[in-house]
Every structure is written in structure tokens, then in C-alpha cells.
Design a protein around this ligand. Structure first.
Ligand SMILES: [Zn+2]
Length: 378
């Protein structure tokens, strides 16, 4: 009987709900997180925003705990997480500008491949703890069904071809169009497809997008490793005034403002940020300028930014950016990790991908794990 009631509750979970926020709460969220560097509230009709109905299919951490305890004793029972191994890797890594090595004897560092392994390891551990976990990709291939050929006409239409009848110049133009079409297929088109799949097919309780950060190369482009090494996580927020005036950004902001994903992102982001800080021992990243804002005084690792994936995915979404891959310390650790895997050796005790994995699992447990009677996370 109890199982039947739970299944019934699950089946009606995706609902259209009236915004739970008052205009005053929305104004506060705008000033502290979504439009912190200008008066966004003055640009919106907050009464109208608060009266809208939006879709919300996910459970909050508190709702999941109630559901999970009825379902099973496993600490993450009832939780459905989607994991996005950021970027693509493989053949596409160089087109993503995420493919580097310092010397020819080194292994290529490809973010898309490193985070795919982390995602697979996180899935194994979270599944063991009772969660359902869906990866957005399982290989180093894009999931976007559109290829560069599909984007070619649109890209070509935006660029005036050279008038000179000169083969070299005409070829350069064609190659520039090709390169831009490839980038659209594997970057912006790919991100749009991943968001669509999460919103329309997977519909998880939350999405975690896994990345490894890198610093801009020092002046001169000599590919010298840098000293700075840090970690942070990102949630949606911090629009510029120009972005708020874009009807697309504004509609997505309003949806995220009132669909209840914001506070869950803050809780989950804080847990993951703190877990990454603890596991890596790294300081928090610091943004200069006004494209990012810290939203929790207690958690220096948690920042809000208006990134495409964070904006397009409706359910709670946190993007992880630990480590600086081209720092001296992490580059050496990545090389050691790749060497051990290439030679099927035991993984080093401080293996960077294992460290990353356990931090993600710890953060998810802190946010969603079932509390024991003594208040400890199980
Ligand atoms: Zn990345």
C-alpha cells in the first residue's frame, strides 16, 4: 500500500506550480545573486513575474530524504542525478581548445576525457549509495545530432566572402567558415542539446556538470605552466544589464527565478564547493570584474555566473571547476594519473581523478544524504 502511494506520488511529481516567491523575495534574489551589479528589479514587473506558473519536476533535498526513507535504507534512495562530463574530448579536443601538453613526451591533457572518467566513477559510487545516475555522454563523441555541415549555411550567411578571385584567399575564407561551423556543432549546439535532453528526457533532481579549470596561458603563448591553483563551483546568476534586456536571457532568468531551482542550487553548490575545498586543500578561485558574484558569505568556493548550460537547464544545476590543469602541481598529477592508466599500474595514492570523485560523492551526500538519528549524514 505504501509503495503504491509512493509510486502515485512519483507519477504526479512533474507539475505546473504557481511561483512560490513573493515580489519582495524575487527583488532580494535579484539584488544579491541574479543582477547584483545593477538594479534588475527596476527592469521587471515583479508582480507579474511572481504570478507566473512554471514547471518543476525535481525533489528538493528535504523531499528526497522523506521519499528515500520510505523507499529504502540506502542513503541516496530516490535521488536521480544527471552528470554532464563537460566538453567532448578525443578527436574534438583540439577544436574545443582543450587539448594541450608541455612537451612531446607528455600525455595530452584533454579535459573532456578526464571528466568522463570522473563521471563514470561518481556514477559507480552514487549508485552503490542508492541513487539513480544518468550520464549525458559515455564517450568522446558529441551527443548533438547536428554536425558542422548543418551549421555551415548559417555561418556562411553571416560572413561576406572575399571578392578577390584568389585561390589562397578563397580557401582561407572557406576554412574560417568550416572552423566556426565545427565550433558551433561541438560547443554552443552541443550545450543546447545537452540542456534539451536534461529538460525533456532525463528530468533528474539535479544536474552536475564536471569540468577541470585552466588558467589563460602567460603572455607570449609559450605554454609555460603557471603557479596559481584553485577551485570553485558555479550556479546560475549574475546577468549583465545587456543580457537582461535580451528576451531569451530574460525569459530563462524568470523561469529560474521562480521555479524553485535557485535555493537548491545554493545548498548543493555550497556542499560541493566545501567538499572540493576540503578534498583538494586548494584556495577558492577569485573573479575580478562583474561577470561573477559570491552568493554565500560562508562558502568562498561558490560563485554565480550566467553560463549557457546553467541558464538553459531548468532543474537545479551546479558546474564544478576544481584545479588549474596547467598549474605546475596539477599538470604533474594529471601526467602521473595518465601514465598509471596507460601502463595499467596501481593508481597513485593522491590520484587527482580519484580525489575529484570522492569530493563529488561527499558533496552529494552532504546535500542529499539521509540524516541519521544523531544528525550525522549516513
Ligand atoms: Zn571546462
Amino acid at each position: 500500500m505504501r509503495t503504491f502511494r509512493i509510486l502515485l506520488a512519483l507519477s504526479v511529481w512533474p507539475i505546473l506550480l504557481l511561483a512560490q516567491s513573493t515580489p519582495e523575495q524575487i527583488a532580494y534574489a535579484l539584488s544579491t545573486r541574479y543582477t547584483p551589479y545593477f538594479d534588475g528589479a527596476a527592469r521587471l514587473d515583479l508582480e507579474e513575474v511572481a504570478a507566473q506558473k512554471v514547471e518543476a519536476w525535481w525533489s528538493s533535498p528535504a523531499e528526497r530524504r522523506v521519499l528515500g526513507q520510505e523507499l529504502s535504507a540506502a542513503p541516496l534512495a530516490g535521488l536521480h542525478l544527471a552528470l554532464d562530463p563537460g566538453h567532448v574530448g578525443g578527436f574534438w579536443a583540439k577544436w574545443e581548445w582543450r587539448n594541450f601538453r608541455i612537451s612531446e613526451q607528455d600525455y595530452w591533457v584533454r579535459e573532456g576525457e578526464l571528466v568522463l572518467e570522473v563521471a563514470q566513477r561518481v556514477r559507480a559510487e552514487l549508485t552503490r549509495l542508492g541513487a539513480q545516475v544518468t550520464l549525458l555522454r559515455e564517450s568522446s563523441q558529441p551527443i548533438n545530432p547536428e554536425t558542422f555541415a548543418d551549421y555551415w549555411p548559417a555561418v556562411a550567411a553571416q560572413r561576406t566572402p572575399p571578392s578577390e578571385v584568389n585561390l589562397q584567399i578563397q580557401l582561407q575564407h572557406a576554412m574560417a567558415v568550416r572552423d566556426a561551423a565545427i565550433r558551433m556543432a561541438i560547443v554552443s549546439g552541443e550545450l543546447a542539446e545537452r540542456a534539451r535532453v536534461v529538460n525533456e528526457q532525463i528530468r533528474p533532481d539535479a544536474l552536475l556538470s564536471l569540468h577541470i579549470n585552466a588558467a589563460a596561458w602567460p603572455e607570449g603563448d609559450t605554454q609555460q605552466l603557471v603557479q596559481s591553483d584553485h577551485t570553485h563551483v558555479l550556479v546560475f546568476g549574475c546577468l549583465s544589464e545587456a543580457e537582461l534586456l535580451s528576451s531569451e536571457h530574460q525569459a530563462q532568468l524568470i523561469e529560474k527565478l521562480i521555479n524553485g531551482s535557485g535555493p537548491i542550487e545554493a545548498t548543493l553548490g555550497a556542499a560541493l564547493g566545501a567538499a572540493l575545498g576540503e578534498a583538494t586543500g586548494l584556495p577558492a578561485s577569485d573573479y575580478q570584474g562583474d561577470n561573477a558574484i559570491r552568493i554565500d558569505a560562508e562558502v568562498p568556493y561558490l560563485w554565480a555566473r550566467n553560463l549557457m548550460l546553467l541558464r538553459l537547464v531548468k532543474c537545479p544545476t551546479v558546474l564544478l571547476e576544481p584545479y588549474v590543469a596547467n598549474s605546475e602541481r596539477e599538470y604533474a598529477r594529471i601526467q602521473a594519473a595518465l601514465n598509471a592508466r596507460a601502463h595499467h599500474q596501481p593508481l597513485p595514492a593522491d590520484d587527482i581523478l580519484l580525489e575529484y570523485t570522492s569530493a563529488v560523492v561527499e558533496g552529494v551526500m552532504q546535500a542529499y544524504g539521509t540524516l541519521q538519528a544523531d544528525g550525522e549524514v549516513q
